[in-house]
Design a protein. Structure first.
Length: 283
């Protein structure tokens, strides 16, 4: 047991000192959970788990996978299966970019437990992968809706609601997305209240409803504190003014961000174009 305690201490020191890469750090806490409960395993499975975790810490992910799969062939109890499935999901997603395979393992993790914690953790990863990497917005809507349905509410329920609305937006299901963002906007205590104004403006912009888009961007920039986001919103406001042929307002708005917009040439070209159009109108 002394050897095991030393190993746990070593893992903790590596984790706290930041000597593990970020992707590896995801696994360390689960590794510790494995090892701390290792007294409940058979000696053979105990040794196999230690070897798998050592491979993981050494970032030899192929060897870790092989060790985990070998353990699974021995029909371990559901708690071990759960943790192995979850770790395999993390390895395939974070280190190999095999997102479909990762989701399969997260679903397997859910299949061997009734614990809500693991169902939530696995569903969060399925949702994140579906939204960020696979662009499978039907699945992200399904997963985030499931997560947002818990009673009492989970700590990140506001994020889940926001991601549902975003998923509909990215599917170009603008009407449903607008309804959901309006629900968020109706609640100033919502953690994505400010972002909802920007999203509403973007939907109106996509639908060529320039006045509505400008109105919501005006509200958004009164609340937003990040300057780069304000500049981007003002650029889109200028574009909206330009499209509705309010060239004076468009020119003034573009000019106001000339020294702040990341691509100065884009803004300068818009200013030149509007100037020439205004001159042509006066002829």
């Amino acid at each position: 047991m002394e050897t095991m305690n030393n190993y746990i201490q070593k893992l903790n020191q590596m984790f706290n000192a930041g000597t593990l890469k970020k992707s590896v750090g995801v696994f360390v806490l689960t590794a510790l959970t494995f090892i701390q409960s290792a007294c409940d395993f058979s000696p053979k499975i105990h040794r196999d788990i230690i070897r798998a975790q050592q491979a993981l810490i050494q970032q030899d992910f192929q060897r870790a996978i092989a060790k985990y799969e070998d353990i699974l062939l021995k029909s371990p109890d559901p708690e071990i299966k759960l943790k192995i499935y979850y770790q395999l999901g993390e390895i395939y997603s974070l280190n190999f970019g095999q997102y479909e395979k990762a989701i399969e393992y997260f679903k397997l993790a859910q299949s061997v437990t009734d614990e809500p914690l693991w169902h939530v953790r696995s569903e969060q990863r399925i949702a994140e992968i579906s939204f960020n990497f696979l662009k499978n917005y039907d699945q992200s809507i399904k997963s985030y809706t499931y997560l947002a349905s818990f009673t009492p509410r989970l700590s990140e329920s506001d994020l889940y609601e926001y991601k549902i609305a975003q998923s509909h937006y990215l599917k170009r299901n603008y009407q449903r997305s607008l309804e959901l963002f309006y629900e968020i906007y109706a609640n100033p205590q919502h953690s994505h209240y400010i972002q909802s104004m920007n999203q509403i403006a973007l939907i109106y912009f996509e639908q060529k409803e320039w006045e509505e888009a400008i109105s919501y961007w005006n509200r958004y920039i009164r609340h937003e504190r990040r300057q780069e986001n304000i500049v981007q919103a003002r650029f889109l406001m200028a574009n909206s003014y330009e499209r509705k042929e309010d060239l004076k307002s468009a020119y003034n708005m573009y000019y106001s961000i000339l020294g702040e917009y990341p691509n100065i040439d884009v803004v300068q070209n818009r200013l030149n174009s509007i100037f020439n159009r205004r001159v042509a109108r006066k002829r």
